[in-house]
Design a protein around this ligand. Structure first.
Ligand code: BGC
Length: 731
């Protein structure tokens, strides 16, 4: 009923296409008028490419006939230009759009996206995307399948590494920053790419964290948690969207008119095109919502998917469907129109070819590597530092490095590493040897990544006993996260924990460095290890960043964008949960919402991260005591570096709508700022809270600021902090 009402309102409202460039639309219309149905379907077809190999001959044939609109993963200017030449020999000379997964770098690899989000510094992600775009553009790529903006609340899901974590606000800020980074203000400029917000929708809500699995999410949670980063991408002008693999409330995302047309186009005014995910249209058959290719095409195209990735149900079935009157030519035309719109906005007709510049002029430029280093520095999260153990002194004579990840070049880059080359990566061992040219830096693997055998433990432990300090490089290999890499345990793999405990028992100053693509369960390690540094998959320059941090040349200042649970049974565990009618405030009362065998609280909460200095927050103030529902309020707080060295703190602002017509989360992040302060330095940080931050969907799914008390929390993580409150008046 609600959906029908919204539809009726939209039909009555003026068209959303007012912002379209009429001259461009006329040009598209003229071109469309000259196209045969086969040529139209050609524009809706994307084929998978062979990477660095030349495209197969049947691709050139299809291109020459105008039957190939886009190719993914064809790399190298020569390969790209050869196929483009064939497309330009076609009757209407419509260029092919070349796309690739440029997720966290093309050749210079930046920290994986979740790690970048741990920097809480969106300008850094924007710059990373800009550099990735420049390198990819130089190689002939014009479209990236990024940013991935899926919210993930389940660390079993391997693709959590590709997004910005669990929070819709942080996720939205990073989504917008990355779109700006890839596209700039005008993506037809050389060095920019068309971006693609993916995977629409609720792909990250896969049940049990199993990739591609069903999602079943209420409309409220979709609109409040899973949709906002996508909306932020639309508002930032993202050129394209990708429809997801999963089904959602009974409808696969690649055949869902509510998400693809009602929300995306009608409510949000998105003007670009939607590409399906890899064969996700053909997969409608396996989902059981289509009997055959024709049924799949008929479910996807009218729902709002415009371009088909890899499978070819449109190409194969649409002519008959149109002929039989089951599909209107207008539906086909609209999809083609959207694809041509983006090709034209991209300037592809004017500049279809890749420039063939020498690699040294376009890839891994010194300033790109410096940016990747800064990004890795700022993504590091110091989870624990008792003693303090870190930073180590540079005067030490013998450093022993143990663990399977000290010298794994590929895992430094992480999954989705573009055209990144493992041999470019600085490993932790490289970084440490460069940092300590006169010390003896000895490496003992202890075991391989799966760590099934303890055969190498004794040697490592012996070496640790004679060391001045020890670094344990533990975690996951890059293949353990990313696509199709869900884990049913998020512990350290195999016997890595036992290796760590044996080495820690040697009693030397020891720091654990974790390389991993997801939050892990680290309770035992946390109990035994004095210092833990989360390095994620830090990219090409990661080894230098970690070595700098271990020896105090970089002061870690990142914060977790995802909760680290104590144990897997707590999952899904996220900070912005509801209070329930029985919050677990009294540990002795049985009948509360809690476990009998575990605390509710995580090991490390969202927003957590330490530093080599200390910070204090004080004087949280609000500039008003009451505001009308349309009003804004300013919250200010002072942050002071109370410790011995310069460092970064991320001041985080949360709200809670204390009484509302619908239950609200116990906290919601609404602002943050990363500041760098010298010892003793203070800064006043301000956050504006208006209807956008204070509102929520009411029972009729209308965005509204409800009267009543709001609490405001200023903290250095999602737990604790200073508190104030104000009232929203009824008028
Ligand atoms: C992934 C997408 C990716 C596409 C093309 C799919 O399997 O889900 O994220 O963009 O492949 O590589």
């Amino acid at each position: 009923m609600r959906k029908l009402l919204a539809l009726a309102l939209l039909l009555l409202s003026p068209t959303l296409s007012w912002s379209l460039d009429q001259a461009l639309e006329a040009k598209i219309g003229a071109l469309l008028g000259r196209m045969t149905l086969e040529e139209k379907l050609g524009q809706l077809q994307q084929l998978g490419g062979p990477g660095t190999q030349p495209a197969p001959p049947n691709y050139s044939e299809a291109a020459r006939k105008g039957r190939l609109g886009s190719v993914l993963t064809l790399l190298g200017s020569k390969n790209i230009n050869e196929l483009q030449k064939a497309a330009l020999e076609s009757r209407l000379k419509i260029p092919i759009l070349f796309g690739f997964d440029v997720i966290h770098g093309y050749r210079t690899i930046f920290p994986m996206p979740l790690a970048e989000a741990a920097s809480w510094e969106p300008s850094l992600a924007e710059k990373a995307a800009q550099i990735a775009a420049a390198e990819a553009y130089a190689a002939g790529v014009r479209w990236t399948f990024a940013p991935m903006v899926d919210i993930a609340r389940d660390p079993r899901w391997g693709r959590i590494m590709e997004g910005s974590g669990e929070d819709p606000y942080l996720g939205s800020v990073f989504a917008a920053a990355r779109v700006r980074g890839f596209q700039g203000t005008d993506y037809s400029e050389p060095g920019r790419l068309a971006a693609c917000a993916k995977h629409w929708a609720a792909y990250g809500a896969a049940e049990a964290g199993r990739d591609y699995n069903t999602a079943d999410v209420s409309e409220r949670t979709l609109r409040e948690v899973y949709f906002p980063p996508f909306k932020a991408a639309v508002d930032a002008g993202v050129a394209t969207f990708m429809s997801a693999f999963n089904d959602l409330d009974g409808l696969p995302a690649s055949a869902n008119p509510w998400t693809l047309t009602q929300v995306l186009r009608k409510e949000w005014g998105f003007e670009g095109f939607v590409v399906s995910d890899y064969e996700s249209i053909k997969e409608l058959i396996k989902h059981g919502v289509a009997a055959d290719a024709a049924g799949a095409a008929l479910a996807a195209l009218p729902a709002g998917v415009d371009m088909e990735m890899v499978s070819d149900t449109f190409m194969a079935s649409v002519p008959t469907l149109v002929q039989q009157g089951e599909l209107s030519m207008e539906t086909v035309n609209e999809a083609v129109r959207r694809v041509l719109r983006i090709k034209m906005r991209l300037g592809l007709f004017e500049r279809p070819f890749a420039e063939d510049l020498p690699e040294a002029e376009t890839m891994k430029k010194p300033e790109y590597l410096a940016a990747a280093k800064e990004a890795a520095d700022k993504s590091l999260v110091l989870l624990k530092n008792d003693g303090p153990t870190l930073p180590f002194t540079k005067d030490l004579k013998t450093l022993v490095v143990v663990g399977p990840l000290a010298a794994d070049t590929t895992s430094m880059l992480g999954w989705w590493a573009g055209d990144g080359k493992p041999e470019d990566a600085i490993t932790l061992l490289d970084g440490l040897r460069r940092k300590l040219p006169t010390a003896s830096v000895k490496q003992f693997q202890g075991c391989d990544i799966d760590c099934l055998s303890d055969g190498g433990f004794a040697e490592a432990v012996e070496a640790a006993k004679s060391a001045d300090a020890v670094v344990l490089a533990l975690g996951e290999s890059y293949t353990m996260s990313g696509e199709a890499a869900s884990r049913s345990s998020i512990d350290l793999p195999g016997h890595q924990l036992e290796l760590a405990l044996a080495v820690l028992a040697a009693g030397k100053p020891t720091a654990v460095v974790l390389f991993n693509g997801r939050p892990m369960t680290l309770s035992k390690l946390h109990e035994k290890a004095p210092a833990i540094l989360e390095a994620w998959f830090p990219g090409t320059m990661g080894g230098h960043s970690v070595a700098d941090a271990l020896f105090g040349d970089v002061n870690p200042g990142g914060k977790l964008p995802s909760t680290f649970p104590r144990n897997l049974g707590q999952v899904p565990l996220y900070y912005n949960h509801k209070n329930t009618g029985r919050p677990a405030l009294n540990p002795t009362d049985r009948y509360l919402s809690k476990y009998i065998d575990s605390p509710n609280a995580p090991l490390y909460p969202f927003g957590w991260g330490l530093s080599y200095t200390t910070f204090a927050l004080k004087d949280l103030s609000l500039d008003q005591k009451t505001i009308p529902p349309s009003g804004s309020i300013q919250a200010s707080v002072t942050v002071e570096n109370t410790g011995p060295v310069a460092g970064d703190e991320v001041v985080q602002l949360y709200i809670r709508d204390a009484v509302s017509s619908v239950s609200r989360p116990v906290r919601e992040l609404k602002g943050f700022q990363r500041v760098t302060l010298k010892p003793g330095e203070q800064r006043r940080v301000g956050f504006a809270l208006g209807p956008k931050e204070l509102g929520a969907y009411d029972q009729e799914m209308r965005w509204k600021v409800e009267p009543g008390t709001f609490q405001v929390f200023a903290g250095t993580s999602s737990a604790g902090g200073l508190e104030a409150s104000f009232d929203v008046l009824s008028k």
